[in-house]
Design a protein around this ligand. Structure first.
Ligand SMILES: Cc1cc2nc3c(=O)[nH]c(=O)nc-3n(C[C@H](O)[C@H](O)[C@H](O)COP(=O)(O)O)c2cc1C
Length: 415
């Protein structure tokens, strides 16, 4: 065993011994054993820095949102507050988590080449972003994911309130639109939908979204078959509580399986044409990875191409969203708005994605971290931190506003 591995192993054992989760401290959950350092890594804190291993640092987890210096401080605080099974459902990717990890790791493989002498910078307007005619305070938006109530009993309202209080955009399941509008004094998220086999059901849902006032339909197309969520399964096994303590019915197997089985599995471009014919909303396809599909989406009149692999939760092939972005942007050729998510954890990630051609970027797990640590205030802090980091990043790159990022070049960093 290498000395580094040995050190990590020792740290891990020390961590286990001290962990409230394992030691049964007041707010902790009893667990079974069977974890090894390698098993642990997929559900460790994403950045894998010393904060997880060092007991002293771990015990200084922040007590208020204002103390968070970056999103990982919120991740740590949320991890301490949440039960293993719920945490595992949020954190898991698919199989080995290769895609989940690649989404993050590949951001580190590109750098921006800063320009100097670029004249004045904007501050108040630096991040203003217009998407399908509506202006938001940043190009960062809240991805559809759930359930937020897993981390906070008022999670649905808290998430919408925090997103719109900071004037950002939210994508949300059609089922939640009305409540979001109530919580936010009338702001209507973009309407996300998992298509069903019966088109009548789909078209009725689109009509409902339109009646609520939604202007944009987001069709998630990247969950075609079932998936194996090992990280979730491991953490659930380590959770001493019974599912019935949180859920109406005891949960068996992989949650979401019955919903996935009930979904549409025979997507084709003819379906997209029919969707376009049956809604007045703009149509965004969430889950495009191949440039060929980006080009076909444009050919079939799609308004938005969303480069996403469901945060590494659909396939485990290890192709990251940021690595595919340039090819998809080229294929779309300016004929649709391009969105990206997967692994956005810092403002510089936002800068990189925009410099590489995205118009806006989504966050999934980071808002869970905010919600799971400090509720609505935690999500607001996520947005605050990302906004600040993005603005500092783009100014330092030589861009006055987000729009100017497209003229900043990138370099691939060799591993
Ligand atoms: C717990 C969880 C649940 C999710 N549920 C949905 C969903 O219902 N619909 C959907 O389109 N995407 C869903 N996603 C994917 C997110 O919308 C988004 O694509 C992904 O989280 C972005 O990657 P990130 O977590 O690295 O930011 C979910 C993601 C997570 C983590």
């Amino acid at each position: 065993m290498s000395s580094r591995l040995e050190t990590n192993r020792r740290r891990f054992l020390k961590y286990l011994a001290a962990s409230p989760v394992f030691a049964g401290a007041a707010n902790a959950y009893a667990v079974g054993g069977g974890l090894s350092p390698t098993d642990a890594s997929p559900f460790s804190f994403e950045e894998g820095d010393l904060r997880i291993w060092d007991e002293e640092l771990r015990n200084t987890a922040i007590k208020s949102p204002a103390e968070a210096l970056d999103l990982f401080d919120l991740e740590l605080a949320a991890r301490r507050a949440q039960a293993p099974a719920h945490w595992g459902f949020m954190a898991t990717g698919t199989d080995s988590n290769a895609t989940l990890k690649a989404n993050r790791a590949d951001f580190q493989k590109v750098g921006l080449v800063p320009r100097r002498m670029k004249g004045p910078i904007a501050v108040d307007t630096a991040l203003k972003t217009t998407l399908f005619g509506e202006q938001y305070d940043s190009p960062i938006f809240t991805c559809p994911a759930g359930p937020p109530t897993m981390f906070d009993k008022n999670g649905n309202e808290a998430l919408s309130k925090a997103t719109y209080a900071t004037n950002n955009m939210q994508m949300l399941s059609i089922f939640g639109l009305e409540n979001a509008a109530k919580a936010t004094g009338g702001r209507i998220p973009w309407a996300q939908w998992y298509s069903q086999p019966d088109n009548e059901v789909n078209f009725k849902a689109f009509k409902k979204a339109e009646d609520v006032g939604a202007k944009v339909l987001v069709l998630t197309i990247d969950i075609i078959g079932l998936r194996k969520v090992e990280t979730f399964e491991r953490l659930r096994r380590s959770d001493g509580r019974k599912c019935i303590e949180c859920h109406d019915t005891p949960l068996g197997g992989n949650p979401g399986t019955s919903a996935i089985l009930a979904m549409k599995h025979d997507y084709d471009w003819d379906y997209i044409r029919r969707v376009k014919d049956n809604t007045k909303m703009k149509v965004v396809l969430k889950g495009i990875m191949a440039p060929e599909d980006g080009a076909l989406a444009v050919k079939h009149g799609v308004d938005g191409v969303f480069v996403s692999n469901h945060g590494g939760r659909s396939e485990d092939f290890g192709v990251s969203t940021i690595s595919m972005l340039p090819e998809v942007v080229k294929a779309v050729n300016g004929k649709a708005t391009v969105f990206l998510d997967g692994g956005i954890r810092r403002g510089v990630d936002v800068c990189k994605a925009l410099a590489m051609g995205a118009n806006a970027v989504g966050i999934g797990r980071p808002w869970f971290w905010g919600l799971g640590s400090f509720g609505e205030a935690g999500v607001r802090r996520v947005y605050e931190l990302l906004r600040t980091e993005t603005m500092f990043g783009l100014h330092q790159a030589g861009a006055a506003t987000v729009k100017d990022l497209s003229s900043i070049s990138i370099r691939r960093i060799k591993a």
